[in-house]
Structures are given as C-alpha cells and as structure tokens.
Write a protein that binds this ligand. Structure first.
Ligand SMILES: [Ca+2]
Length: 316
C-alpha cells in the first residue's frame, strides 16, 4: 500500500460537464481521496438540475452509495445567472445517461458541511468548491467556528491574466456570487485557487478526447461525449484547440499537487462595481501591502493532468 494518507473531501458542485469529470476523477482515486459527501449548488443550471446531474454522475461511476445533499438555490445577494449557453439545457448535455434513481439526502447541504466539520477531527476535511461559493459562504456565516477546522479549501474560480469569461472582468463561479466569494477568501482557512489562468491551459485536444473514448468504458465514453459537447462553445468563442477542463484541476491538485505551480498572494473580490463585479483582484506582482490569503495557481503540467484523468477513469 502507498504511504499516502487518504484525504477526506466534500465536493461542492454545479454539474456541469467539467464538474462531472472532476467528480469521476475523485471517485476513481480512492487511494488518495475519500468523498464523504457531495453538495450541490445553483450555478451552471438551476439547483434541481445540478442535483440531478450529480446523481447521474455518481451512478455513471457505479457509486450510488455516495451521499448527495442539495444546497442553496440562489446567490446570497443577487439573482441567479446560469450558463446553459455553455453546458446545454440540462447542464450535462452530450452523453445520453439514464435518469438517476439514487436518493438525495434529507439534510440541507449547508447543515451537512457544518456538522461534518464539527464532527470530524479538526484539520482533516478539505472542501472542493466547483461552482458559485454560496453553500460554503452560508456555512461560514452561520457557523464561523468551522473556519478553523477546515484543512483547506481548493476551489475553481477567478482569473488574473485571463481576466474573465462571463464578463470581460469576471470568471463565472465568482461572478455568480461575489458576496459569497468574499466571505470565503476572507475566512482565514487555507485557500487554493484554480483560476482561468490554469484551466485555459488544460485543453481537451482531439488526441486527449480520443484517449478518453478509447477506454471503451461507460465512464470513458461519456467523458468523451461531454467534452465534445463542451468544446463546441469554446472553439467558437476562443478559437482554441479544445475546451478547457476547468473543475478537474481541483481534484487533480489533491491527487498530484506537483502538476501545478502558483504563488501565495493576496486576492480580493470586487463586489461593488457594475463594470468589474466578481473580479478576483489578485496581487500577483506583490504591489500592495495586503497580506496573502490564497495560493493562486498560474501553471499546469497539462500532459500529466490528462494522463492522470485517463488513468483514473479507466478504473471506474
Ligand atoms: Ca462547476
């Protein structure tokens, strides 16, 4: 057995094709990651659909035993903005997957997050937000004592050099709920960020997509179909050689941190300006005296990243 200690994680998610791959990667990596629960949030599509999609993905992985908790159906302060233009009407367009039959837990996602952090030994649970930060911020607001007990928050969101994808200045997850993001970035727990600067280097090129499909398994083929769908939008928008696979950067980091490099810096969230609302103001060059509050990643070994995903999908 490897000496690596299995890390307990809660995946907070708004699936989303790339969320789906992030979840599959985690479930395919039981040596490194123990998924103690999946919490859903409104984001790419409304909550009812993100909860349905999370269940579909667990069933695709052959894991109907995973506990799924539905969370907040709208951001803290503003109306929900969704992204059907990227992810399709269901949020998980691409493959044809059966309607899920596994249950949703009765408990609210926020209660699950609070209770888990209070019950598990302090510093043993990592939160993995892959969507707007509404559930995590609500938990922190309601139970400020939990911030000291979080091992780490590893999230996909924000951008500095790549600036924005939903507005010229903001990345989608942060833009949807900047007030929540501000609470999370100020909470005092260690925060690691996978911004667009990283995820726009994690492109599903044709050979990488072919490698998923060539696995010939349900999970491999569905992943290829999901990234095919996703790709249409990004190819039109960026003219890139493939779609960026955003959210799996979070779970890949927990399995193989060496795939990523970044800087421990100060990151503030713009919540006021109409023009730049949701911008992650990252002090990459250290031009302020503001203390560091996040490890902001800047680069990825993309070949290593795709090799890891393909290897772990093969085990499902
Ligand atoms: Ca997501």
């Amino acid at each position: 057995m490897a000496a690596t200690k299995t890390q307990k994680i809660i995946i907070d998610t708004d699936p989303g094709q790339d969320d789906a791959v992030a979840i599959l990667l985690a479930l395919g990596s039981p040596q490194e990651l123990e998924v103690i629960g999946i919490t859903t949030v409104a984001g790419n599509v409304p909550l009812e659909l993100t909860t349905r999609n999370a269940r579909m993905v667990c069933e695709l992985a052959g894991r109907p035993d995973i506990a799924i908790y539905a969370g907040c159906d709208r951001p803290l302060a503003h109306t929900l903005v969704t992204a059907e233009h990227v992810h399709g009407k269901t949020g998980l367009d691409g493959p044809t997957l059966p309607e899920p039959t596994m249950p949703v837990q009765d408990k609210h996602a926020v209660d699950f997050i609070i209770e888990t952090l209070r019950t598990e030994p302090s510093g043993t649970v990592t939160l993995c937000p892959l969507g707007p930060l509404t559930n995590i911020a609500t938990a922190l607001q309601r139970a400020p004592d939990i911030s000291d007990r979080i091992k780490e928050i590893v999230l996909m969101g924000g951008a500095y050099f790549e600036v924005g994808n939903i507005t010229p200045a903001a990345e989608f997850n942060i833009y949807v709920d900047p007030e929540a993001a501000e609470i999370v970035f100020k909470c005092g727990a260690p925060v690691t960020v996978m911004p667009l600067d990283v995820t726009h280097k994690a492109l599903v090129t044709k050979p990488r997509n072919d490698a998923f499909r060539a696995l010939g398994t349900k999970a491999g083929v569905a992943t290829a179909q999901m990234t095919d769908f996703f790709e249409r939008f990004d190819k039109e928008k960026y003219g890139s050689e493939g779609a960026p696979l955003h959210d799996p950067c979070v779970t890949a980091y927990l399995i193989k941190p060496d795939l990523f490099t970044g800087r421990n810096i100060n990151v503030e969230i713009e919540t006021q300006s109409d023009l730049t609302r949701g911008m992650t103001v990252a002090d990459w060059w250290g031009v302020t005296d503001r203390g560091p509050n996040a490890t902001f990643m800047g680069d990825i070994d993309a070949d290593g990243f795709f090799a890891l995903i393909t290897e772990r999908l093969a085990t499902l």
